[in-house]
Design a protein around this ligand. Structure first.
Ligand code: ATP
Length: 670
């Protein structure tokens, strides 16, 4: 195939199109731009920001918000492309970052909770505390439900829903009992009660949260706003900016909308928001965009203008023609833009990755030599639905000596569950004096050991007196090694197999310690025989036991087992020593290339990391019905469709769609 040669993306001259000009020239106090991917929404917001700044002699304070971190990166990128540098006076943040900043300014202590295992522990303590409370309440059904294992995933989904949709407030306004409200909204009553207990413990009796997990800062600001009358000003968002611009309006939930409303009504100049409902991909989240554009408009001034931009500036007619029937949308291309859409079929995963290797060679050699590596980004960007799909890609490209980078996912050998498996392989089969694995892999393995074994936890029950006072008992956590300590331990294990064995068995390098009793220690204690085939090793029942017993939620457990399977598929038929040797070679070569700043010619990205961004050459592999788009409940099916839409709309020059021959997605619609 001849790669398209087009000037539009080699020397982009960015002057506002007529559609964009409407936004720049509008005198409305608020504007909503509703448009498809690549039509220039982010660029238009950046143009508007530059316009306002220059009109105010460079003195304007402008807040540009995005829902996701990837969205923030995209705004910065477009701004630099447009303006050369980030203008002064511009703040680019996610809503959660904005809210975290406000809480910090208020002087609240801001402990962040990012560790999912610790969060799980908190939920289980809330369960214990609620069970204690129930001694005074005779609700047999709830008692029985609570006495069983709590489904952590269900809890997290309900928590996200309650916080994003501000359901507590809705329940109070409804006047219904919690029981009736849950029945009415199809929510699990027991789970809601548990959520309330967890929140009570998180926030404490004095209303000062002990910690903030992702989403809690926005929720806290919403709680503060809720205490105000509808039109009462909120000083932290009052007259702070000359304009507020919002990208990714399609992801807006009720909580974010509440914050946005206060910004818009707080004398912060004009408001411009942009969104594309097809890109709403947040799990279990709720969008007020799309059908309910009215909901947003109700929060904005009366003269809010809705403007549509139909012409995509990212890609040309070929990609538009592929997308329109597949997603039932109406992309309009610019005539002068040439692009290529190339559908390919594969029979097996190996066949799919072999085609990626060929495409990469075509892109890296053909294209960059024609451009003398001057013409911008000549990497192939592979966008994946599932992290497990990167194993075979990394393994094959690693063997080819290709310098690749991962965004939104870690290289497979640095994922905790994989690194732990590799360390166990080495500890069992390795020989003294060998320098297999790298300090980075061992560091991830030490993290894995703490994460899946959670060794010092669980042995110590939470203090019932603290629980009775609605307080978490975190004493067990303080004993766990911190991340820095983990790195130091890992560095001392590198090349020292005896020490590694000891660390896995005892969970410490302290010679007075007693052996652990968990699955990892059991593996080293077992007399074997352990298979020498690296693939069979990964499938061993004792290894699976680590993840079966780990204090993780079902989603993570499934992901760990999927990782093990993907690793087993790579390693099958290769003796452990050879497998670890080959892997170590790939990793050390990659570290060398990174150190010598060799350009990355292959990028592997998650959908989330690709959102809001664009690349010259994009391949979307492993596209099959039931895989990508994946299986989902009816209400979540739009999400799978939208993820494919996001992946397929990232290309500027060429898009390769690799579809499973047995279950292709085309002709569609998805
Ligand atoms: N007026 C213009 N002239 C030339 N190029 C433009 C213009 N407006 C936008 N572009 C280019 O079009 C491409 C898409 O723009 P942008 O990323 O802003 O679109 P978007 O609608 O925000 O995309 P997404 O929906 O994926 O977030 C970018 O390469 C941008 O530089």
């Amino acid at each position: 195939m001849n790669l398209p040669f087009a000037n539009h993306w080699l020397k982009p001259r960015i002057t506002a199109s007529d559609e964009q000009r409407q936004v720049l020239d509008s005198g409305a106090a608020a504007i909503i731009i509703s448009a498809l991917a690549g039509t220039g929404k982010t660029t238009t917001l950046c143009m508007k920001a530059c316009n306002l700044i220059s009109r105010q002699g460079g003195k304007a304070r402008i807040l540009v918000l995005a829902y996701s971190r990837a969205g923030v990166i995209a705004i910065r990128d477009r701004m630099v492309r447009l303006n050369g540098v980030m203008p002064e006076g511009l703040e680019v943040l996610t809503i959660e970052q904005l809210c975290a900043g406000l809480l910090e300014k208020q002087g609240d202590p801001m402990e962040r909770l990012e560790d999912p295992v610790r969060k799980r522990q908190m939920i289980l303590q809330a369960q214990q505390a609620l069970l204690q409370d129930l001694e005074h309440e005779h609700d047999l059904e709830l008692g029985e439900w609570l006495a069983r294992d709590v489904d952590i995933d269900a809890f997290l989904a309900l928590e996200a829903l309650v916080k994003k949709r501000l359901l507590d407030r809705q329940q109070q306004d409804s006047g219904m009992s919690l029981h009736d409200f849950c029945a009415d909204m199809d929510l699990h009553y027991g789970c809601y009660r548990l959520y309330q207990k967890y929140e009570r413990m998180r926030v404490g009796i004095n209303g000062e949260p002990g910690f903030y997990a992702e989403g809690d800062c926005t929720f806290e600001v919403c709680r503060q706003l809720d205490l105000l009358d509808w039109d009462q000003p909120y000083e932290w968002l009052q007259e702070r900016y000359d304009a507020v611009l919002f990208d990714e309006l399609h992801d807006l939930d009720e909580g974010a909308l509440m914050v946005l409303r206060k910004l818009v009504h707080g004398n912060n100049g004009i408001f411009v928001g942009a969104g594309d409902f097809n890109q709403h991909i947040h799990e279990g989240a709720f969008s007020v965009f799309g059908e309910s554009l009215q909901r947003i408009k109700a929060y904005l001034p009366e003269d809010t203008e809705v403007l549509n931009i139909n012409t995509t500036r990212r890609f040309g007619a070929e990609i538009c023609n592929a997308l329109n029937p597949l997603f039932k949308v109406e992309f309009q291309p610019l005539e002068e833009v040439s692009d290529a859409f190339v559908p390919l079929s594969y029979d097996t995963d190996l066949h799919c990755v072999q085609q990626l290797v060929e495409l990469h060679a075509q892109v890296a050699n053909g294209w960059s030599s024609r451009q003398g590596r001057q013409g911008g980004d000549s990497a192939l960007n592979v966008i994946l639905r599932e992290p497990k799909d990167s194993f075979l890609i990394e393994w094959m490209f690693g063997h080819e000596g290709v310098h690749y980078g991962c965004q939104g996912i870690s290289p497979f050998y640095l994922r905790k569950e994989v690194a732990l498996t590799l360390a166990l392989m080495w500890a069992i089969h390795g020989n003294a004096g060998e320098k297999l694995l790298t300090p980075g892999i061992l560091s991830a393995a030490v993290e894995g050991l703490a994460h899946y074994g959670r060794r010092s936890l669980g042995s110590k029950a939470a203090n019932p007196d603290r629980l009775a006072q609605s307080q978490f008992d975190e004493s067990g956590w303080r004993e766990l090694p911190g991340i820095r300590e983990g790195h130091t331990v890992a560095a001392s294990l590198h090349g020292d197999i005896e020490r590694t064995r000891r660390y896995i068995t005892y969970g410490t390098l302290d010679l007075r310690a007693v052996p652990q009793t968990d699955a990892c220690a059991a593996i080293l204690g077992s007399s074997g025989p352990w298979p020498d085939d690296a693939g069979e090793f990964c499938e061993h029942s004792l290894l699976r036991r680590i993840f079966a017993e780990a204090p993780i939620n079902e989603k993570e457990r499934k992901a760990c087992l999927a990782s093990l399977k993907a690793l087993a598929d790579l390693a099958r038929g290769i003796p452990v020593g050879e497998f670890l040797g080959r892997l170590t070679l790939i990793v050390t070569k990659s570290i060398e290339m990174h150190r010598s700043k060799e350009p990355v010619t292959l990028r592997i990205l998650s959908i989330e990391a690709s959102k809001g961004r664009e690349f010259m050459f994009v391949a979307v592999p492993f596209v099959e019905r039931g895989r990508f788009p994946g299986p989902s409940r009816h209400e979540e099916a739009y999400r799978e469709r939208n993820m494919l839409y996001v992946a397929m709309t990232r290309a500027r020059a060429a898009l390769w769609l690799l579809e499973g021959r047995a279950k292709p997605v085309r002709p569609g619609p998805v």
